[in-house]
Design a protein. Structure first.
Length: 298
């Protein structure tokens, strides 16, 4: 800066010029269209269009001509035509039966090399040969399908499963989770304390035993009620009962039924429990199971 009257230099001003960043366009990412980034500018929320999956960074920033790619993977993003088109769905399975989970990819030009099925406890099954079907409308493209058969459903109640499709170790996509719900009886027992008392001191003992049928049922969606019947061995008299539910714990709901006084007869009872539930591929709209429970009223 030069003084007007004296012509002396009284101050100097430094100008620092920063470079913009050249960022090449990336196919299927609208925010990366080849436009240069200004110094200190950041673009976030990078996503792929066309149903493709982004691999690499989801953001990019500029600092004096230097491009920095952000997380989750610090590299130039690319859009790969791989995604799960059909996720596995929840399964309502009767005890002892099998069920099958499946997931299906979008139509893709890439090769799905394997599919992992996993839970919170880790990989449960690896499908090294997922089925593929050519798409006649898009030459060279295929749809990949993987299925996982869960054998012996008892004990799996509440387990959630996902599939993970691989192109290579770095290129993979995951499905949403689906849960297996078991319908059936975990345990059934009879309880009777065997108490007697002499009410009038006459020497005659009045019968005061309380007999209870208790069972534990797996908790599943769509199960509306638990009813049943008792039949004493050697008789044809069917006693209709309704079981009373208590509080669920660890995906199991306890029920109980107090045997009526007129039905307290020594012998083995056939206890039949009926679930009312939604029908599906793994069973009809009811689930019925019978157990033989001995009761002794001595």
């Amino acid at each position: 800066v030069v003084a007007e009257q004296t012509g002396n230099i009284e101050a100097t001003i430094e100008l620092q010029i920063f470079e913009k960043c050249k960022v090449a366009a990336v196919a299927d990412i609208a925010k990366l269209d080849g436009t240069d980034l200004d110094h200190m500018a950041t673009v976030t929320g990078l996503v792929c269009g066309g149903g493709k999956t982004l691999f690499g960074s989801t953001s990019v920033s500029c600092n004096d001509g230097t491009v920095t790619w952000g997380q989750p993977e610090a590299k130039v993003p690319e859009c790969v035509a791989l995604a799960v088109a059909k996720d596995p769905v929840n399964q309502l399975v009767e005890v002892g039966k099998d069920t099958t989970m499946s997931c299906v990819s979008i139509t893709t030009p890439v090769t799905v090399t394997k599919v992992e099925w996993f839970t919170k406890d880790g990989v449960q099954y690896t499908d090294n040969s997922p089925a593929s079907q050519a798409d006649g409308a898009q030459q060279g493209n295929k749809v990949y399908t993987s299925s996982y058969k869960i054998t012996g459903a008892a004990g799996l109640n509440g387990n959630s499963y996902q599939c993970r499709m691989f192109v290579d170790a770095q290129t993979k996509v995951e499905s949403k989770s689906a849960t297996v719900y078991i319908v059936g009886i975990k345990s059934i027992v009879a309880e009777f304390p065997g108490k007697y008392f002499e009410s009038d001191r006459s020497g005659n003992a009045d019968f005061s035993e309380t007999a209870t049928i208790k069972f534990e049922a797996y908790v599943g969606p769509g199960v509306k009620s638990q009813t049943g019947e008792l039949v004493l061995s050697g008789t044809t008299n069917k006693i209709a009962v309704t079981f009373t539910a208590n509080t669920a714990a660890n995906n199991v709901l306890p029920y109980s039924y107090t045997v009526a006084e007129d039905n307290k007869k020594t012998g083995t009872y056939t206890v039949t429990v009926v679930y009312n539930k939604g029908s599906n591929d793994n069973g009809g709209d009811t689930y019925t199971t019978s157990h033989h429970v001995p009761l002794s009223f001595a």
